[in-house]
Structure formats: C-alpha cells, structure tokens
Ligand binder design. Structure first.
Ligand code: ZN
Length: 135
C-alpha cells in the first residue's frame, strides 16, 4: 500500500452550512463542493494539497447523528489517499486489521472509501480513499 497524501481531515458537524462559516468567515477558505452519500452530507474545503471535510447526518438516527450526540462536534477522522483501495483492503485483511466494512464503499464524488475499525486505531478513525480516475 502506498499513501499518496492526507486526502482530508473529517470533522463531524450538526449542520454543514453553519459550521462552514467558521472556515469561510473566520478563515479565508471556500466551501468547494457538497455531496450526499447515503445518510450523510459532506462538504469539502480545500487547504493546499488536502481538505477539511465537514460531515453531517441527514437523519436523526444515523451513525453520525449518534456520534455527534454522544461526543459532540469535532475532528472525526483522517483520510489517506491510496492508489488502489481494493488492494489496500486485501493487505489490511491479510494483516488482521479490523475494518468497518468487508469491502470498500462508495464515497463522496465518485471515490471509493474504506474505514479501519476505530477499536483498532486508538482513538482516531482512519479512512482510506481512492479518488476516481482523472480527478
Ligand atoms: Zn472522510
């Protein structure tokens, strides 16, 4: 597995539009793109080679809604970009690393994502992301 860059830092929020103001009004960042993925809504604010990803639940009962209710808003995960997330998945399974899903899943903007299980990553959720070709 080769890590290309820190793709983004995920921040759990209650409302993307409200929290985006922190980055766009206090700081000169721009909310570049918003996307819906399953029960989540994501908004990306580019910062050089990486981004801040604001993530909110669109349902009151979702995993992210429960996370924010229990732990509050804040840094939620680190996402590392890899060339081939299927290969990375196989490599992690071979090492016995617990994952939150059996295979990579569709992420924002046509990406494919895989999460290491938080019980194995000592307090920081880790996401691997493969960007769509030509992105
Ligand atoms: Zn993410």
């Amino acid at each position: 597995m080769k890590i290309k860059r820190l793709a983004h830092i995920g921040v759990a929020v209650k409302d993307i539009d409200e929290v985006a103001k922190v980055y766009t009004e206090f700081l000169p960042l721009k909310l570049d793109s918003v996307d819906a993925v399953g029960e989540l809504r994501t908004g990306f604010l580019p910062v050089g080679e990486t981004s801040i990803e604001l993530v909110m639940s669109t349902t009151a009962e979702g995993v992210m809604a429960k996370h924010v209710e229990k732990r509050g808003e804040g840094i939620h995960h680190l996402a590392f970009e890899v060339d081939d997330v299927e290969a990375a998945c196989a490599e992690l399974k071979a090492k016995g690393v617990p994952l939150t899903s059996d295979a990579p899943r569709p992420g924002a903007h046509g990406s494919k994502v895989l999460f290491l299980h938080p019980k194995a990553t000592r307090g920081v959720l880790i996401e691997l992301v493969e960007m769509p070709k030509g992105h």
